[in-house]
Design a protein around this ligand. Structure first.
Ligand code: NAD
Length: 454
């Protein structure tokens, strides 16, 4: 494939102004919605073929997000795209000030494999709503979902407007040499740096949705049963292969034994055993091997069973873990749950602060003072008090990381803004202007200037 032709074709389409037309944007969003809805069964089958993800999880964690985002944008498109009037200041009196949301142009969207529909289509929907064209590159680790996306989208949308490519690393590296007007990348911090460098070459604006080690704090004031239930759900959904999954738990020493009992009870209740229809597979054998390496058998208090042929790892709880353990050296991204204990919340926060900023953090506590400390004293992308993962489901909240876990955000209006340049236009009247700003600069003009602007 000629990459330059692909990008040039999209740039030409963008320059034709077609993708900016509001009626066009709305119609494309509607078309995408009905295309996906009428191919739901094929989407369930493809993702199940890739890594055994259930229909329930695919709908609740992927398709429902996509449908509600499209419906939100169809409903709010005109309001979001409308130029915003702002107050005009004294020196520009009799003028009008407006902010125009200008689409960037040709966007490259690169997705990770763990939520292959959501991570490619949500940014694409925001980009389309903002009036851009898009080239979507899904992960090479989900061949069935990528092939399906490619056949559905490429046969229903013009190549110059919305196009899915199935590229390996070598082809993607060449594609990255092209000049894009916006890059949106979801994936690991290591690969995110490659995209950041490629973007820097052309000074292309980039959003990076990366990963990290997301902590959970369970304090002595927490409702331990609720905490255990919501942590088990958030951790083992998608077999722990969720960017905002709880990575490790810091639990207060005084409630640790009781909390662990509830944790194990819920793991059993949720039936994650081998062959279970609702427990996802590990994506590849290499990922399986990496995860097995992170398990220290001497620290297992629950789980530990594995099957490489089925790419199955039982939910595994490790106790007495500290920051020297193998599982604390990198993002786990699998069904392994290390437990660390603390006695002073401030010290637990200190150890989180001593590492890279996480994508998410969660606090289980019924103490308002602890809520305040959590909200103000540690830095992370976003999170919840008394739940896990659910902040991602409210598209009135921005979703994104900070530092090593990413830059920029999306979902709802934040996605629209991420794919738009805020263009400032001041429109002046051609009358009624005092002569103060023009030379020659007399003493009385300077005195007036000080009085007006000083
Ligand atoms: P990855 O970085 O390996 O791959 C991401 C994308 O980049 C894929 O499309 C892949 O094909 C491509 N890619 C890989 N190597 C490349 C290279 N050398 N040059 C060009 N392109 C390359 O990540 P992954 O394994 O797919 O996903 C797991 C990571 O993504 C985890 O760290 C996870 O936390 C993170 N993640 C973040 C979010 C988020 O929204 N912040 C969501 C999902 C996953």
């Amino acid at each position: 494939m000629d990459f330059s032709d692909l990008v040039a074709g999209q740039r030409e389409f963008f320059n034709s102004q077609k993708s900016k037309d509001l009626a066009f944007r709305k119609q494309q969003l509607q078309q995408l919605l009905s295309l996906l809805q009428s191919n739901e069964d094929a989407m369930y089958q493809a993702i199940h073929a890739d890594f055994g993800k259930s229909k329930f999880d695919t709908f609740s964690t992927e398709l429902s997000f996509i449908y509600s985002e499209i419906n939100y944008f169809i409903k709010h498109l005109h309001r979001l795209a409308k130029p915003k009037k702002v107050i005009t200041n004294l020196p520009n009196l009799w003028g009008k000030s407006r902010i125009y949301h200008e689409p960037y142009g040709v966007c490259l969207i690169v997705g990770a494999w763990n939520y292959p529909y959501q991570l490619t289509l949500l940014p694409a929907i925001a980009a389309m709503t903002a009036g851009n064209t898009c080239i979507i590159k899904p992960s090479d680790l989900t061949p069935s979902t990528t092939a399906l996306l490619q056949s559905l989208i490429n046969s229903h949308f013009p190549k110059d407007y919305l196009h899915v490519v199935d590229f390996d690393v070598e082809q993607t590296t060449r594609l990255l040499q092209e000049r894009f007007d916006k890059i949106f990348f979801t994936g690991s911090t290591r690969v995110g740096k490659i995209y950041h460098q490629a973007a820097a070459k052309h000074l292309t604006p980039i959003t990076l949705e990366l990963g990290g080690k997301s902590p959970v704090f369970v304090t002595a004031s927490a409702n331990l049963k609720v905490a255990a239930k919501r942590i088990v759900w958030g951790k083992f959904l998608n077999a722990g292969q969720t960017c905002i999954a709880p990575d490790y738990i810091y639990v207060h020493r005084s409630v640790k034994a009781e909390f662990i009992k509830h944790l194990i009870d819920y793991i059993k209740e949720f039936e994650y055993e081998e062959g279970s229809e609702h427990y996802t597979q590990i994506i590849t054998e290499q990922h399986f091997d990496r995860l097995c390496f992170l398990i220290n058998p001497s620290k297992i208090i629950y789980g530990g069973r594995t099957n490489r042929d089925k790419r199955y790892i039982e939910p595994t709880v490790l106790d007495e873990v500290d920051w020297n353990d193998k599982c604390m050296q990198e993002e786990i991204f699998g069904p392994i749950m290390p437990i660390l204990e603390y006695t002073d919340l401030a010290e637990a926060f200190d150890s989180v602060r001593a590492h890279e900023k996480p994508l998410a953090a969660y606090l289980f506590s019924d103490d308002k003072r602890e809520h305040k400390l959590f909200n103000h004293e540690i830095s992370f992308g976003g999170g919840c008090i008394n739940d896990t993962l659910m902040h991602i489901s409210n598209n009135r909240l921005p979703f994104g990381g900070i530092g090593n876990s990413g830059m920029g955000n999306y979902h709802g209006k934040f996605g629209f803004e991420t794919f738009s340049h805020a263009k400032a236009i001041l429109q002046r009247a051609t009358w009624g202007e005092p002569n103060i700003k023009y030379p020659p600069y007399t003493t009385s003009k300077f005195q007036w200037l000080k009085r007006l602007l000083g």
